[in-house]
Design a binder for this molecule. Sequence first.
Ligand code: PLP
Length: 389
Amino acid sequence: MARFARRLDALPSYPMAEIPALKRALIARGVDVIDLGAGDADFAPPQIAVETLAAAAREPAMSRYGFQLGLPAYREAAARYLERRFRVRVDPIKELHPLLGSKEGIAHLAMAVVGTGDVAIVPEPGYPVYQGGTALADAESYIYPLTPRTDFLVELDEVPADVIRRTRLLYLNYPNNPTTAVAERSYLERVVAFCRRHSIIVAYDNPYCEITYDGFVAPSILEVEGARDVAVEFHSLSKSFCMTGWRLGFAVGKAENIAALGRVKNYVDTGSFLAVQAAGAAVLDQAEPLVAGYVKQFQARRDAVVPALAAQGFETPTPRATMYLWIPLPEGVSSGGFQRRALEEAGVVTLAGSNFGASGEGFFRIALTVGTPRLVEACDRLGRVLAAV
Ligand SMILES: Cc1ncc(COP(=O)(O)O)c(C=O)c1O
């Protein structure tokens, strides 16, 4: 019998891990599955990404190791994007670091910042990697429940003083997955002041900053004065540019913090494919028009789905950001049970709120990953499941 490390027991089961196999089994049985599970839209990636990748792949130099430096042109394009979009100026070599998707950076930062006896504040419901990364670093998660009471914001003054004394890391994610909540700049100012006072690093996870609606513009935490001392912000090309499988993102923050992340990464990866980084640079230089095209389509889907859900008895707040809908279930209906019935009886992949932690109970999440007719069809099917529970 193999024996595994104790930290493996501290890892909660990963919500998305079992769905692909269940989905395959249903498709094999002839079920017409509509997958609204993962945040992975069906839009094509930008043409410029494909063309730049194809050309770069023909250059032998692009097939060499990228190491942590990666392609300087990618770092420079990311820095230009941050300056245009948020008025945040960073040194592309010292204050920015390419990632193989933001997920790995989020998990690896914990290894650089926390260890045994330290605490990371983890919002829940939330992206499971905050808790998983903390567990892999042998540190302790302090779960902060996100509820409508605080507009799904983490209110740090409510965390007990003895926990704060041991806290070295805070994960925050606005626009938020899965609740779709957004944070105004004034909130981020309060967070930065608190974290400076208590020497806490904020891992500010910002992959949805471009997917916003109705005039809302999501800030970077680095816009806040003094934030650079405490914040490491994570950006991703996955969601804004429909490039989930390309695995490309970047981290940005104070040189010392970025260097700490790089030291960990030296021992786990050797950089993403340089040709992918070349494509990323081309995309980031055209970020604004590319994003506008995708957001228009996400918004059309959102505007069709909210009334379609309402017609089926789901009262869903209209999200101001993200590609998700966070849908309340009637009192007493378990989200895990609803997810299972939606899949088995209606062929619709959803994610139960409980997948995102106990505080997610009472909700389920769908993602705007397929065209409007299929989304509306999914709403009809979910309505039938609701009527039967
Ligand atoms: C909140 C949040 N952070 C980070 C990620 C990771 O994105 P990626 O690793 O593709 O950049 C996701 C993906 O779903 C997410 O929802």
